[in-house]
Design a binder for this molecule. Sequence first.
Ligand code: GLU
Length: 401
Amino acid sequence: MFQPAKRLASLPTPATIAMAARARELKAQGKPIISLALGQPDFPSPEAALAGAVAEVEAGRTGYPPIPGQKLLLEAVAQKFKRDNGLDVPVSQIMVCNGGKQAIFNAFMASLNEGDEVVVPAPYWVSYPLIAQMFGGVPVEVPCREEDGFRPQAEAIAKAITQNTRWLVLNFPNNPTGAILERAELEAIADVLRQAPHVMVMSDEIYEHLTFDGRHHLSLLNVAPDLADRVLVINGVSKAYAMTGWRVGFACGPEALIKAMVKVQGNSTSGICTLAQGGAAAALQEDMSGVIAMRGTYERRRDMVVKALRDIKGLSCAMPEGAFYAYPGLKALIGKRSSAGRLLSDDVAFAEALLEEAHIATVPGSAFGYGPHLRLSFAASDEELIEACRRLKVFVEQIQA
Ligand code: GLU
């Protein structure tokens, strides 16, 4: 009988993926499910991306691509770093991966030894600790406080760092809270890192263009260029360009690390689909008007959803500064029973009851290391969001005292 490898024994399916699969299943059974579980833009990919993919076919570039990426895309990524982040990066410090997730996987596989610690501010995107654990890494959580806008405090990061720390993971704008780090906060973190020269930084900036109320994303490298030899920036076209299914992410970092990551990728998936690379290059080379229009829509939906959530007695909801998730707190409702009698013992039970009884798929905050909360993606249509908020209100109002 098949026995999974030991390293898989305690590895769960990421809660985001598991909830989305559950929602799909129930939908297929005819249930009127609204899925706000997966962070996935509801817009079509840009026309330019489609044309870019077709151009690859027409040019006959359908053979194995180079492992680090095709020249066209590597150069488009280098130009993107210059245009969006003011960073001059040679293509030798860039690689293209099968989504941002594979960039993270490559980096941890290329660098972690058994027992190496990975400091992750919580709430965090589910996959950082899970991937680190696959390679013997030990996640060390740094709890952020809602009163601090879910931003990690530099002193708390300093306290979490030991001689065994290999990585600090920063993901701002943050999934799931939408928190953004300001210059002063990045400077304070940079100071901590200068005292800990053995620590590398994984800066996942996949939501960089999704910032609201006129805010702009700053990269750690903008405030601390002296740390360039230990910062790995992760990004991709999925979120900003509505290209989740194309699976194109990229990483930019010190050459030796990129080389090691290329070695990992060369022994796993090899290079990324040439059509997808052509499409991603074309999207990156376009002007930003499409991205700006989508950002405007997300901002409008954020305002609508947060207002509706704040109108529900028993929920609290901070205003997300970026990304496309609302992250309401459930403290006042935990321990009570749903109208169908389900005990809402924690946010997992709450999300389960909400799915079964109100047919709304969300992700429990505890999957992001910070409960009791729920993550709701507002990258969904206005109609779905309005109906989901209506159902959620009814669900909460019917909770038994
Ligand atoms: N970033 C997406 C989310 O948080 C999921 C992408 C994935 O897990 O591959 O919903």
